[in-house]
Design a protein around this ligand. Structure first.
Ligand code: AHM
Ligand code: MG
Length: 323
């Protein structure tokens, strides 16, 4: 089994990955190990509970949202290869090093509602090339297909790192010595599935095609489907994506009619695009119901989107229902 450092050495040589990009990803992982240590200690390190502040999305921040965000910013700013950062928890982008060639975008602590109840949470990250010229918000507004690396760290029963440099997906487990060890390479999301994930409490607010789709799954063999479906909802997108990566499934966070100005709950730059790249690199699909997610031209750092991802057959079916 390869250590993370051994993997980076071999993978970067085989795929001609620049050393500056490797160094950028290494810094992200150093920060995530520090976040993991805080998560593991919970109440013992005083990190649980509300921070008493709000973020730009109007959401109440947990202490750990704020701590994880600061750890990532402090660690990445010291890396000369990092030109700028954008975070779900920051109003505007953060400038780092003028000579840096990369931009890092992250959701420092995804699944915040699970922090205080000891259920899986994660950090999601995305790396882009910095376009030439001075750093501005537009520098970050690149399509998901432009990402040069993306992944997540899942603070679950084990701490896992899942990473892609667009040459397949690799999975690492944090050992007792605090080192990531490669435990799975090139996982493939099965094309078909009988498992779905959606927050059903929002059902009355969904658009008609999603109503139809979920009704089909719920009816199973008694309806138009040839099988019965099972359902899971963790309320941590990282955990849902990891389950789908390991055994297939379809995850939906559709558009909600309550607020027509919002396209969905989840964020394109910090959640949908990085997790979408992982899913597509493992043979799955991701869409906003109508378009390929990774081909959407972003219009804002904190843009929200509807998300449907996972096993190709089900994602394709949702798209067909929206035509
Ligand atoms: P967060 O980044 O503030 O934690 O919000 C994103 C999370 C996702 O991880 C998860 O899929 C979703 O919100 C859960 O939403 P809900 O509370 O509607 O179940
Ligand atoms: Mg999130």
């Amino acid at each position: 089994m390869k250590t993370f450092s051994q993997y980076l050495m071999v993978h970067s040589q085989e795929n001609h990955i620049p050393k500056e990009l490797i160094s950028t990803v290494e810094s992200i992982i150093i920060a995530c190990k520090q976040i993991s240590r805080n998560v593991r200690l919970g109440a013992l390190s005083g990190v649980l509970g509300e921070a008493g502040t709000g973020n730009i999305q109007g959401e109440a921040q947990k202490k750990l949202d704020v701590i994880a965000n600061q750890i990532l910013i402090d660690t990445l700013r010291t890396n000369p290869n990092v030109a700028g950062l954008a975070s779900e928890e920051e109003d505007n982008f953060v400038a780092a090093n003028e000579q840096g060639g990369y931009l890092v975008l992250f959701d420092p602590l995804d699944g915040s509602s699970n922090i205080d109840v000891n259920i899986s949470i994660g950090t999601i990250f995305s790396v882009l090339l910095k376009p030439s010229g001075s750093l501005k918000t537009e520098s970050f507004l690149q399509k998901g297909s432009e990402q040069v690396a993306a992944g997540y760290v899942l603070y679950g029963v084990q701490t896992l790192l899942v990473l892609t440099f667009k040459h397949g997906v690799h999975v690492f487990t944090l050992n007792e010595q605090g080192e990531f060890i490669e435990t799975k390479s090139l996982p493939q999301i099965p094309e078909q599935t009988a498992e779905f994930a959606i927050n059903a409490s929002n059902q009355r607010h969904w658009e008609q095609p999603i109503q139809k789709y979920i009704n089909e799954l719920l009816a199973g063999e008694d309806g138009v489907r040839e099988k019965n479906y099972n359902m899971r909802w963790v309320a941590s997108m990282v955990a849902e994506v990891h389950r789908i990566l390991m055994r297939g499934g379809v995850f939906l966070y559709p558009k909600d009619n309550r607020d027509p100005s919002k396209a969905g709950k989840l964020r394109l730059m910090y959640e949908a695009n990085p997790l979408g790249l992982v899913v597509e690199q493992a043979g799955g699909k991701i869409t906003n119901s109508r378009e390929n997610m990774l081909e959407i031209q972003p219009t804002g750092l904190h843009q929200r989107v509807a998300v449907v991802l996972g096993s190709a057959e089900e994602v394709g079916h949702v798209r067909e229902l929206h035509i």
